[in-house]
Design a protein around this ligand. Structure first.
Ligand SMILES: [Zn+2]
Length: 184
């Protein structure tokens, strides 16, 4: 059987592909898939099977299952800062894996209030002009924006590309030639 594997972030860099198809014998488990991929222990933190979080590594896989692999979210201070190379798609996937269940319960309105709270915190960070808090609040704001997109069922990369990918949606030019008081 064939399993479609989607490695995210550093795992994608490590495996060198956005998506790969792995051939396994019928009845193979998630653990056997991970063994076959030969990733160092601890490098895969969260696994999604067909977009649902799966904690059981003994889960039996089926032909054409999609397995998403997430590395541990870089946390704590210190250490070298490696670029994670996240795409917007991966940002949404990470947020879904971390908070998807809670976010669905909160609903769009509830999540929007959290988003606004983060925007307020970002505003405070910009007012005090502290680089570290600005960075942190930007991360929180993006996380909640991704949450909103997940709950609303919107593919952020797709809508962004559709609106801004080619030219300014206001004047149709690149770069934008709209008057400076206009923002599309
Ligand atoms: Zn323009």
């Amino acid at each position: 059987m064939q399993i479609r594997v989607k490695p995210m972030g550093v795992l994608r860099q490590r495996l060198g592909k956005q998506e790969l198809v792995v051939e396994l014998s019928d009845g193979s488990t998630l653990e056997q898939l991970l063994e076959k991929l030969a990733l160092p222990a601890g490098m895969v933190q969260v696994v999604l099977v067909n977009q649902e979080r799966e904690a059981n590594r003994q889960r039996v896989l089926h032909h054409n299952d999609e397995v998403t692999l997430l590395a541990p979210v870089a946390g704590g201070g210190g250490g070298a800062r490696a670029s994670t190379g996240y795409t917007l798609d991966e940002v949404q996937t990470v947020i879904r894996a971390l908070y998807g269940e809670k976010d669905t319960k909160r609903g769009l309105q509830g999540c929007f209030l959290w988003f606004l709270e983060e925007v307020g915190e970002l505003s405070a960070a910009i007012r005090t002009n502290t680089a570290s808090s600005i960075a942190e609040e930007l991360a929180d704001t993006l996380a909640w924006l991704a949450t909103l997109a997940n709950v609303a069922g919107v593919d952020l990369a797709e809508v962004f590309h559709h609106k801004y990918g080619r030219q300014c949606p206001g004047c149709g030019q690149l770069p934008c030639v709209c008057p400076s008081e206009v923002k599309p």
